[in-house]
Design a protein around this ligand. Sequence first.
Ligand code: ZN
Length: 138
Amino acid sequence: MLQLLNIQTTPTALVARLRMPADWRVLSAQQAEALLCQLPTLAEHACKSGGATRFGERIVGALLPHAVEHVAIDLLVRRFPGAGAISGNSVRLNNTEMQVRISRCSSVAPQAVARALRDAVQMVNDLRAPCHSSSNIP
Ligand SMILES: [Zn+2]
């Protein structure tokens, strides 16, 4: 499971530290599809990672914390439609840990941003659950 180690609130952002599982670092095509099914607007997010312009171009193979960043932003935009632009980035700290930063905006309380980050981690972790297990097919 992707683990949320801590969330720090700074004057300009909320910064979450996440530990990636050793055996699962990136989204597969199937997991990306499942995530886009829940949050179709993810594909349209601006994303500068690896020379991309939209997150939809990068979602397959995206590192899990990078997916958490975009899911958290998507949840915030849905929950606070009038909040304006919310931005973020994710940075690799070492082999197993990454930092996800979500910028603060005056109309969204830090607690709401923290909640969106926790919900995003849960949603990404749920992608691993075998919800369409082929073992049920006789
Ligand atoms: Zn991105």
